[in-house]
Design a protein around this ligand. Structure first.
Ligand SMILES: O=C(O)[C@@H](O)C(=O)COP(=O)(O)O
Ligand SMILES: [Zn+2]
Length: 216
């Protein structure tokens, strides 16, 4: 099996795993990954994460031209913005995961730090998550908003829509977006209960020990 064939299989298997556990539903979400020649493999528009076909993924060449496969996700500007601003990005995932969307609708959320500091693992996997305003799905302005972050964030939350996370590879991006959803779930479960949050010195210890990108 070639490296690209393995990557195609991996994208579809991880997407199905997310779908099977209810982390995105219907035909929501999109996923992309870098190929070693500099091109991209991308989920086609209108497809379900539960039923992606490795042979029908959209393929982009190194110059950003769609060269093979079905019509790509309408969120290409969003995905491209991460690749263009974060040279270390090898994959990007977007979901409509329920608790993250719910948390984005709560009043008084810190736009610069979407998730409360509840667990060290969220900090290690995501750094600070930026809450972006609501955009119509497919609006290229979402890509512009991500470009405006100048590569300083690995994860953003689209208000009333869903999270988008970049990672060094598909597995890392999927693990990180699962962490975002799990943390939003904890936030929803504990909101109003005054949960113990990590203290500033505990956060600093995690950030420095694990070399986390922690935008001030
Ligand atoms: O919310 C939307 O419409 C998109 O962001 C999405 O999740 C699925 O769109 P496609 O990837 O174009 O199917
Ligand atoms: Zn979406």
């Amino acid at each position: 099996m070639t490296e690209e064939a393995r990557l195609r299989e991996q994208i579809c298997n991880l997407a199905k795993s997310l779908f099977d556990r209810g982390l995105t539903h219907g035909s929501t979400g999109n996923i992309s990954a870098r190929i070693s020649d500099g091109g991209l493999l991308v989920s086609p528009t209108g497809t379900s994460f539960g039923r992606l076909d490795p042979s029908r993924l959209s393929r982009f060449d190194n110059d950003g031209r769609h060269v093979e496969g079905d019509k790509p996700t309408k969120e290409m500007p969003l995905h491209s913005a991460f690749y263009d601003t974060r040279s270390q990005a090898g994959a990007v995932v977007h979901l409509h995961s329920c608790h993250a969307v719910a948390w984005s609708m709560m009043p008084d959320i810190n736009e610069d730090d979407f998730l409360p500091p509840l667990t060290p693992y969220a900090i290690m996997q995501l750094g600070r998550v930026k809450l972006l305003p609501f955009f119509r799905p497919g609006d290229p302005a979402m890509g512009e908003a991500v470009r405006g972050l100048a590569g300083k964030r690995t994860a953003v939350m689209l208000a009333n829509h869903g999270p988008v996370v970049a990672g060094k590879d598909v597995e890392a991006a999927c693990n990180a977006i699962e962490e975002l959803e799990a943390t939003a779930r904890l936030a929803m479960l504990t909101c109003g209960c005054r949960p113990r949050q990590l203290k500033a010195e505990e956060i600093l210890d995690v950030v420095t020990t694990f070399n986390v990108e922690w935008e001030a």
